[in-house]
Write a protein that binds this ligand. Structure first.
Ligand code: C5P
Length: 292
C-alpha cells in the first residue's frame, strides 16, 4: 500500500433563503433555496487500504455507523469505480449534526472528492454530482465548487452565484437535533389542505450580487421556521435575539436546529455572541465567517 494521503475540507452551509413550493407525488418536496458555505468545516482524510474503514474524531454525535453518509458515499464510489472505495477514512467532526448545516452531506461530498483524488480523478464532476444527489439532496451543493449557489428541485439543481465578500456569522446550536424528515412532515401536516400560502418563487437570490447580505436580509425567509418554531419556541427567541443584536440576516438554517445571524460588522458579531450566550447559557455559539 502506498502512504499517500488526501485531505479534503468539508464546509458547513447555511440557507440564506428557503421556500418550500410543493409536495411531489414521490413524497419529496420541491423547493427553492440559496446555499452559502461557511468557514466552519469538518475534515476528511483518505489513504489507500485493503478494505474500507472509518475512524471518527471530535465530540459531535454522528449516530450509528450504518447510517453514516461517509461510508455510504465510499460504497457508492466503489460501485462506480470498483476497488476505488477501499480506503482508510478519517473524519474530524466539528459541524453539529442534525443542525441544518449540511454537515453529513458535506462529509459525503468530501469523501467522493477524496476518493476521486486518491484514484487520480477517474470520475468527472458531473458523475460525482449524480452519485452525490443519490446520497442526499444537499450533497450536490458541496460538489459544485462555489461557496454561494441557488438551488431548485429537491435542492440538487444548482446555479452557482458570484461569491460575496466574507462576513461574520454566528451559528447558535441549541444542543438538540431536528430531523429533516420530521420537519417536512410537520410542514405537510400544516399544508394538508391546499397549496402553501405565498409559495411563489422567491427570486430572492437575483438581488444578491448587487448588495449582498443586506438585500437578502430584507426579503429572506425560511418556510421551516413556522413549524419548527412552534415545537421549539426557544429557536425563535434566539433568532429574534440575533436580529435585535444587529444581524443583517437572522434565520433558522435548513430544517434546523441551528439558527444563524450574518453580521456586516465584526465587532457587532462579538458583542452579539456574548449577549446570546448570556440569555441562552445552554446553547453553543459558534463564531465563523461566510466562505468567499
Ligand atoms: O435528501 P435527503 O436524504 O437529505 O432528505 C432527507 C429527508 O428529507 C428525505 O427522506 C425526505 O423525507 C425529506 N426531503 C424532502 N424533500 C426534499 C429533501 C428532503 O421531502 N427536497
Amino acid at each position: 500500500m502506498s502512504d499517500r494521503i488526501v485531505v479534503e475540507r468539508a464546509p458547513a452551509k447555511i440557507n440564506l433563503d428557503l421556500r418550500i413550493l410543493s409536495r411531489e407525488p414521490d413524497g419529496y418536496h420541491r423547493l427553492e433555496t440559496v446555499f452559502q458555505a461557511l468557514e466552519l468545516h469538518d475534515l476528511i482524510d483518505a489513504r489507500p487500504a485493503e478494505a474500507l474503514s472509518l475512524e471518527i474524531e471530535g465530540d459531535v454525535d454522528v449516530g450509528p455507523d450504518r447510517d453514516n453518509l461517509v461510508l455510504r458515499a465510499a460504497r457508492a464510489f466503489d460501485e462506480a469505480m470498483p476497488g476505488a472505495g477501499r480506503a482508510r477514512l478519517r473524519l474530524v467532526k466539528h459541524i453539529p449534526a442534525g443542525a441544518g448545516l449540511g454537515g453529513a452531506s458535506s462529509d459525503a461530498a468530501a469523501t467522493l472528492r477524496a476518493l476521486n483524488a486518491l484514484a487520480d480523478q477517474p470520475l468527472d464532476a458531473q458523475v460525482l454530482v449524480e452519485i452525490g444527489a443519490r446520497l442526499g439532496s444537499d450533497v450536490p451543493f458541496f460538489l459544485c465548487g462555489s461557496p454561494l449557489a441557488s438551488a431548485e428541485g429537491r435542492g440538487e439543481l444548482l446555479s452557482p452565484l458570484p461569491p460575496l465578500p466574507s462576513a461574520a456569522v454566528l451559528v447558535v446550536d441549541p444542543g438538540f437535533p431536528v430531523a429533516t424528515r420530521d420537519a417536512f412532515r410537520w410542514w405537510d401536516e400544516r399544508h394538508a389542505t391546499g397549496a402553501p400560502e405565498g409559495a411563489a418563487q422567491s427570486s430572492a437570490y437575483r438581488s444578491l450580487p448587487r448588495d449582498g447580505f443586506e438585500s437578502i436580509g430584507r426579503i429572506a425567509r425560511n418556510d421551516f421556521e413556522g413549524v419548527v418554531f412552534e415545537r421549539h419556541p426557544m429557536l425563535e427567541r434566539i433568532r429574534d435575539g440575533l436580529a435585535g443584536a444587529g444581524a443583517t440576516l437572522a434565520l433558522l438554517s435548513g430544517s434546523g436546529s441551528c439558527v444563524y445571524g450574518v453580521f456586516s460588522d465584526d465587532a457587532l458579531a462579538d458583542e452579539a455572541a456574548r449577549a446570546v450566550q448570556q440569555f441562552q447559557p445552554d446553547a453553543r455559539v459558534i463564531a465563523t465567517r461566510t466562505a468567499s
